[in-house]
Design a protein around this ligand. Structure first.
Ligand code: PAF
Length: 283
């Protein structure tokens, strides 16, 4: 496996493969890799000749300095995992490479970021969009892979790719869950066993809510019950929304023709977790 720390040497490597007519897939990550990332990698390996993973903790997408500082970092272990799982190349830039200067442009998504992560993490999606645009420019992949766990992120990146005319096709890979139902996340590494036991109630709540909606219960009631369920199980909900899985518009009638996603963010102690469930399956 090749490891690149700057854009030019990565570019030379990729040009050599493109000259041979090989297709390329990009899996952008912030490291602290888990099974969820590996499922993105295995999808990428199936669909492309060459797969590049990026490992970069992007400072501009953190709206909380403590969260950035505490974000798990384990580069040597990540490289080992990627090599063991057949990744062809890794891009591990540092801040000087990714942000030669502080960007003056801002990327905004209007109403699509007025709720959920965009509402509670101001500036987050500007940072995500900025770094993803930089990665797409550096790699220019045929396909790029993102996880459904960050559904709003995926839909905004999809919109950016459309609006700015990037040639890359995007893939949204279903959420990878632990046996307990807990969605895999790098942040799970920071949970104690007792916190993990409480965290499983996030997916329980989503599944319960989906059943209630499917049996005809009104959203207002489902929302109230969901929030209560989380609180009763020692979690502090930040939001629980039913949105279109295309436009992110809030849905009150869940049997609308748009696909509806139930999305939640909740604190387990100091750790903030997100999860979602799309009624009727994945994207
Ligand atoms: O989903 C993530 O891990 C990050 O937001 C991403 C897409 C790698 C950008 O830093």
């Amino acid at each position: 496996m090749e490891v690149f720390r700057d854009i030019d040497s990565l570019g030379n490597y990729l040009s050599a493969h493109r000259c041979q007519g090989r297709s390329t897939g990009l899996v952008p990550t912030m490291g602290a890799l888990h099974q969820g990332h590996l499922s993105l990698l295995s999808n990428a390996l199936e669909e492309n000749d060459i797969v590049i993973c990026s490992v970069y903790v992007n400072p501009t997408q953190f709206n909380n300095a403590e969260d950035l500082e505490n974000y798990p970092r384990q580069e040597a272990e990540d490289l080992r995992i990627l090599e063991q799982n057949g990744c062809h190349a890794v891009f591990v830039p540092d801040d000087e490479i990714m942000y030669v200067e502080d960007p003056v442009i801002r990327i905004g998504f209007g109403d699509m970021e007025g709720i959920m992560e965009g509402e509670f993490r101001p500036g987050h999606f500007n940072g995500v969009a900025m770094v993803v645009a930089k990665l797409l420019n550096a790699v220019n992949p045929d396909r790029a892979y993102f996880g459904q766990k960050d559904l709003q992120q995926f839909l905004l990146i999809e919109r950016m790719v459309k609006d700015l005319g990037f040639r890359t096709k995007l893939r949204c890979i279903p959420i990878y869950r632990e046996e307990t139902g807990l969605a895999m996340s790098s942040r799970n590494l920071r949970l104690s066993q007792e916190e993990k036991n409480r965290a499983v109630n996030i997916y329980k709540m989503l599944s319960r809510s989906a059943k209630m909606l499917e049996s005809g219960e009104r959203w207002e009631e489902v929302h109230k019950e969901g929030i209560n369920f989380l609180r009763e199980n020692g979690l502090e909900p930040e939001y629980f929304e039913a949105v279109s899985a295309q436009t992110l518009a809030r849905q009150t009638n869940v049997f609308d023709k748009n696909r509806v996603a139930l999305c939640v963010a909740a604190y387990v102690g100091k750790i903030r977790l997100i999860d979602n469930l799309i009624l009727g399956g994945s994207l």
